[in-house]
Design a protein around this ligand. Structure first.
Ligand code: OTU
Length: 641
């Protein structure tokens, strides 16, 4: 147990004033186990842990003292309602500030658009000052204390956060904590020969250790950035998991942990409510492993969480861990016992299962995989999404595939062929990303609308096919909105924006086809949203409808449970959602080109009394008959008493 001596307690009181100091000390007492435990395990052999922890607690105290009054009020409200982010009104929107609106000030001018849609959580993609030239979409940060000058200043970020808070919208920003740009001050000092800064990175004199590590290291970008080490003249071989200009930090060095914690404090005090911890699985390296998901990576995140809670209890951490299904829930603290870790994590598995079901017209793999996984711990939430700025990697385990008589490798190959548009009859217009000819692996780029068939239907001028493609997009989002996580809308999906045909024209992007699904916002297209018959109008109305309906459905709050209800149809996904304080909810989705019917007994199985339909593709009432019918690619949401 961590206890401050009376003198230190008095110092806290002087720094914060009585009520705040009392709250800080109460939090310290409550969190001390979660602060000391992980740090002892990670740094016990390296530093005097008591001394190190004291330093970090004093850093937290300074951050708490510097916290603006408005943010302290938010903290207080969130301590009263720690489930604030689990509410069913939470709906996220994800965009690059410059691509959405030119700049941070531009974003402020478009808040009415987000409000019209019903957004309550805005994730702005990397916005800190990146290196010049190629910067991996902002994931190569040169200065964590400055905003990218092309989009604004820290003052703009603060003003934007305040505007968002006034509208009850939470702000999420990226924190790239696994690596810095090689132009970052630490890296420059390392290059200048300062050994303290050299120790911030993983640098080897020759190829001996890199070769030994690479025997078990997978490559993240085999095509555009092969290998995991880069030779830097005057330094040696630097660990670079991603691009050669992104230098991995050495978290075995406590100074790295302390430095990054300071960055978290600073960004939270500018008004960020959620920090997206980029590439969290990569934080710890161990010889003989794939250097992902190591126990220490989890301990580090647990310590980050406890220390940020201490300073600013309203801050939420979100794990970006796109890893195999069984590893995923650990980032939410789902270990043998619950150990608070991230409050939010991307539900990569749901996303992959949706695209897999869409291509195969068969939901049995999804039913199997989603029903056998461990649920998110009650105080946490998944973020559910259909598309993001990255590629889609087919995280389908061989074991899951085998249990529905599929060969894992062949299935992943089929999905790549289908979404790249190579498979005969495929409606999708995506592209392969990082095809690895040696292993046969690849991932998929492409916007949701293009992958759902909207681009090909428009090109063919086929209205019927267009209607089906819009339904696919709506139904996939309907699952994202009702599976129990916080749904995220990726910018442009609400307008069914297709792949950007000009993506490769920027030389800094030409090697990276993920830019095809990172188009600039087309505000002229957005203006079409009020035309009910236009494509944009149809997509926008569908998305708004989902948001409005979700808000009223308390069963969709995170913290409840989702249960798959297998049906006699292999193309129909049924699940119910329950929360101790509300009526159950039932979702039915047809993943096929033909009408599917289901025995109405599914309503009783879902526990719905006096069932009523709250939202569906066609608006038809399903209830009453012995069998309920869903049109091709349609969905229905039902609730009861
Ligand atoms: C993340 O993605 C970002 O989302 C990417 O846009 C960046 O390029 C990358 O980090 C480097 O900063 O491997 O294929 O398990 O999957 O961190 C993308 C997490 C990635 C990784 C993820 C990474």
């Amino acid at each position: 147990m961590l206890r401050l001596d009376p003198a230190a307690q008095r110092a806290v009181q002087q720094r914060l004033g009585l009520p705040e100091a009392d709250a800080f000390l109460a939090r310290l007492e409550q969190l001390s186990f979660d602060i000391v435990g992980p740090l002892e395990q990670v740094y016990g052999g390296v530093v005097d842990v008591t001394g190190f922890v004291t330093e970090l607690v004093l850093d937290a105290l300074e951050a708490a003292a510097a916290r603006p009054a408005a943010l302290r009020l938010l903290d207080r409200r969130r301590e009263i309602n720690p489930a604030w982010f689990q509410r069913s009104r939470m709906v996220g929107y994800v965009c690059y500030a410059d691509r959405f609106a030119g700049s941070l000030q531009g974003v402020r001018r478009h808040l009415d658009y987000l409000a019209e849609l019903g957004v309550t959580y805005l994730h702005l993609m990397p916005l800190l000052r990146p290196r010049d030239g190629e910067n991996d979409g902002g994931y190569a940060v040169q200065d964590y204390e400055a905003v990218d000058p092309r989009i604004g200043t820290m003052a703009d970020l603060e003003t934007l956060a305040a505007d968002l808070h006034e509208r009850d919208i939470a702000l999420c920003i990226d924190l790239v904590l696994n690596h810095t740009a090689r132009e970052h001050e630490w890296a420059r000092k390392a290059l200048a020969g300062e050994s303290a800064y050299r120790d911030m990175y993983l640098i080897y004199p020759d190829r001996t250790e890199p070769d030994a590590y690479e025997r078990t290291l997978p490559e993240v970008f085999p095509d555009m950035a092969p290998g995991s080490f880069t030779e830097v003249p005057g330094l040696g071989w630097v660990w670079t998991t991603f691009h050669e200009f992104q230098w991995d930090l050495d978290y075995a060095n406590p100074a790295v942990f302390r430095g990054m914690l300071g960055t978290m404090f600073a960004l939270a005090n500018r008004g960020a409510d959620v920090l997206r911890l980029d590439a969290a699985p990569f934080l710890w390296k161990r010889m003989g492993t794939n250097c992902q998901n190591q126990p220490e990576a989890h301990l580090l995140v647990q310590a980050f969480r406890a220390l940020t809670r201490l300073a600013m209890p309203g801050l939420v951490l979100k794990a970006e861990a796109i890893v195999s299904p069984e590893m995923l829930v650990q980032y939410l603290g789902g270990h043998d016992r619950y150990r608070p870790e991230c409050d939010l994590a991307y539900d990569n598995q749901l996303m992959v299962m949706l695209w897999s079901s869409l291509a195969t017209r068969d939901v049995r793999l999804a039913e199997h995989a989603l029903s056998r996984r461990r649920p998110a711990p009650a105080p946490t939430a998944w973020v559910s999404y259909l598309r993001c700025h990255d590629d889609i990697g087919w995280a389908v385990s061989d074991a899951d595939a085998a249990s529905v008589w599929l060969d894992g490798f062949a299935h992943r190959k089929f999905l790549n062929d289908f979404y790249a548009g190579h498979f005969p009859g495929s409606f999708a217009r995506g592209a392969l990303f990082q095809e690895d000819l040696a292993s046969g692996d690849a991932r998929i780029s492409g916007s949701a609308a293009s992958l759902c068939g909207i681009e090909s239907a428009l090109a063919a001028g086929d209205d019927e096919e267009l209607t089906l493609a819009i339904r696919r997009l709506e139904s996939m989002y309907a699952v994202v909105f009702s599976f129990g996580g916080i749904p995220l809308i990726y910018m442009g999906d609400e307008l069914a924006m297709r792949n950007d045909p000009r993506w490769h024209q920027d030389p800094a992007h030409a090697d990276d086809n993920r830019w095809m699904h990172r188009p600039p916002m087309d505000w002229a297209l957005a203006a079409q949203r009020s035309e009910p018959d236009s494509l944009e109008g149809r997509a926008f109305a569908a998305m708004r409808g989902l948001i409005r309906a979700r808000r009223e459905l308390l069963a969709l709050r995170s913290g409840g449970a989702t249960e798959i209800l297998p049906t006699e149809s292999r193309s129909l996904l049924a699940y119910r959602r329950v929360h101790p304080r509300s009526a159950p909810f039932l979702s039915l989705t047809n993943f096929s080109d033909i009408t599917q019917s289901v025995d109405a007994g599914v309503v009783t199985r879902a526990g719905l009394r006096q069932p009523r339909q709250v939202r569906s593709t066609t608006g038809d009432l399903l209830i009453g008959a012995a069998r309920m019918e869903l049109p091709a690619w349609g969905f229905a949401w039902l609730t009861g008493t």
